[in-house]
Design a protein around this ligand. Structure first.
Ligand code: PCA
Length: 329
């Protein structure tokens, strides 16, 4: 019997040496870009378009393969993978890493920036500081793209925050976990890739997210209500390993930066355009999509004040300065 492993190894070795010989002429570089959300999510589609722009802009010299759906690394591992060079680029919800630095959670301070226009202002006010923090970790920020405003999914009518007590709450970062705690829920951190299963098996029966992730997770199969609280607009960050970027020639670097600027603009537009589409889809699937009652909104505002105070304490003068700058914009 032919030993398939040996055959594969020989074929691989031949392939490698053939490639090595061809290298000076073609000089093609292949990079990986792990991402955490489904391939038809606007974030992933934007990354694929970004990779295509880089390929075109470099005349095929730099090929980036996007790995959506947390297929290569789980969401919380992506940043570390890029820092250590296991992957050259990556995309992640930056607030997952708020425990490393409070600034990574500035966009999830409740009710600070809840419209796309305000979210862009907050981004402008915080971008330089975020870039600096990432740079100190060996990462170069390429672009940031928002999700839609965050609301609450549940399996029953929620009129006040008291109705949320005891729910099995899925959280995705420090802020959502703390919110679960403040509102007397049983909170468990689950990343988006595992959310559909957690919902289907009843591990959780409520969560906060965008219409996008509710749609991606087919929330209507196990839950009934969505309350459009508009608590905040979190953002994904796409970054590159700084050393890998610095090793590229100037023309390639420029092509990446140009494609990144285009991707940022395209991503913001896509989310603005798709926000109401997602809510319409939830309705079409039979979910009750409503604005929160005044009492519910007031309850969230109150919990939000506690979270804001927590954050300001952690973020100190640097955080306060950014919030002040944002409020003046
Ligand atoms: N979707 C992601 C993060 C924010 C959002 O809208 C999630 O729920 O994990």
């Amino acid at each position: 019997m032919i030993n398939r492993r040996m055959f594969a190894a020989t074929a691989f070795a031949f392939g490698v040496s053939a490639l090595a010989m061809a290298a000076p002429a073609s000089a093609q570089t292949k990079w990986n870009l792990p991402a955490a959300y489904p391939s038809d999510n606007p974030h992933s589609e934007n990354l694929v378009a970004f990779a295509k722009d880089v390929e075109t802009g470099t005349g095929g010299k730099l090929l980036i393969t996007v790995h959506p759906g947390a297929a290569l690394f789980k969401a919380p591992e992506i940043k570390r993978a890029v820092q250590t060079g296991q992957a050259q680029m990556g995309e992640v919800l930056l607030s997952i890493h708020e425990n490393e630095d409070p600034l990574f959670g500035i966009d999830v301070v409740p009710f600070l920036a809840t419209s796309f226009a305000d979210s862009m202002k907050l981004y402008k006010a915080s971008k330089a500081a975020i870039e600096k923090k990432l740079d100190a970790q060996g990462l170069k920020l390429l672009f940031m793209v928002p999700w839609a405003p965050q609301g609450v999914y549940a399996k029953k009518e929620i009129n006040t925050i008291d109705d949320m007590k005891g729910l099995k709450w899925r959280s995705y970062n420090v802020g959502t976990a703390r919110l679960g705690e403040l509102l007397g829920m049983q909170s468990v951190t689950i990343q988006a890739a595992e959310l559909p299963q957690a919902l289907a098996t009843g591990v959780v029966n409520s969560f906060m997210s965008s219409g996008g992730t509710g749609y991606d997770s087919k929330a209507w199969e196990s839950l009934t209500h969505f309350y459009d609280v508009q608590a905040w607009i979190p953002k994904d960050a796409t970054f590159v390993n700084k050393a890998a970027f610095n090793a590229l020639d100037k023309a390639t670097q420029d092509a990446i930066l140009k494609a990144a600027a285009t991707a940022e603009e395209r991503g913001w537009k896509a989310w603005e355009a798709k926000t109401s589409w997602y809510l319409d889809q939830l309705k079409a699937k039979g979910m009750k999509v409503n604005a929160p009652s005044t009492a519910l909104k007031d309850g969230f505002k109150k919990a939000g004040e506690t979270l804001t105070a927590d954050w300001l304490k952690k973020a100190g003068a640097d955080g306060q300065a950014i919030v002040d700058a944002y409020k003046k914009m």
